[in-house]
Design a protein around this ligand. Structure first.
Ligand code: ADP
Ligand code: RUB
Length: 204
């Protein structure tokens, strides 16, 4: 199953609700964010602001693809957690076990052809630009230590153009488009309930 959607659309939120319906041994999850090519730790704030993290070329997609293939072949993988631009965070080594349901999540999973072809159920989380921006601003200011201006700079110059070029063109090929403009969890809880019921009936 693939979960795509722009930054702030609610991919992580959707997954959190979805995973409530399963035990750990039933689902495994790989996130595109864990496959960023490493960037220099001594980047200045200014360099970080201009580094575009929203291009497919920033992702080690060969490694991402290989790990997905391993999991589909029933082999566990070992992956270093991505800690965004936080030099103080110590990345954990994540051991991901294969499971009957494999979820692949991220911005460019539909753009990476090989990955897209491996996905049976494609889900697109869709939120209005303004709502996604407000969610992202909140996160960037509180969790990532960006100023309002720097967060806006990234949104205008990196995030929004990447969404148009590398994500939106694939929206209509998805099996389900889930509109997530709400500030409440009910809709997502309901839709994840339906999808998990279908999957359970098919797989278990
Ligand atoms: N339906 C919703 N109800 C309440 N909060 C939501 C909803 N959808 C998203 N959010 C919140 O918006 C923020 C961004 O969502 P997130 O899932 O992190 O987006 P993404 O992973 O696509 O960047 C998070 O703080 C999340 O909890
Ligand atoms: O978050 C980053 C990088 O963070 P930083 O620029 O702080 O290193 C990317 O810009 C993506 O837009 C993330 O998308 P998502 O919100 O989908 O995880």
């Amino acid at each position: 199953m693939g979960i795509a959607g722009g930054s702030g659309s609610g991919k992580t939120f959707f997954l959190k609700c979805f995973l409530e319906h399963f035990s750990a041994s039933e689902v495994s999850l790989v996130s595109q964010d864990d496959y960023y090519f490493p960037v220099a730790h001594n980047m200045t704030k200014e360099e970080n602001k201009h580094y575009n993290f929203d291009l497919p070329s920033t992702i080690d997609h060969d490694h991402f693809e290989a790990d997905i293939e391993s999991l589909l072949n029933g082999e566990a993988i070992l992956k270093k957690e991505y800690t965004f631009n936080n030099p103080d965070a110590v990345p954990k080594m994540l051991e991901i076990q294969p499971a009957p349901i494999l979820i692949v999540e991220g911005l460019f999973i539909l753009h990476f052809k090989k990955i897209s072809e491996m996905i049976d159920l494609k889900i697109f989380i869709d939120a209005d630009d303004e709502i996604a921006l407000q969610r992202r601003l909140k996160r960037d200011l509180l969790e990532r230590g960006y100023s309002h201006d720097d967060a806006m700079y990234k949104w205008i110059n990196h995030v929004a153009p990447a969404y148009k070029e590398f994500l939106l063109p694939y929206r209509d090929e998805c099996d389900k488009i889930i509109v997530n403009n709400s500030h409440k969890a009910e809709d997502i809880i309901c839709v994840t309930g339906e999808i998990s019921k279908d999957l359970r009936a098919k797989l278990f």
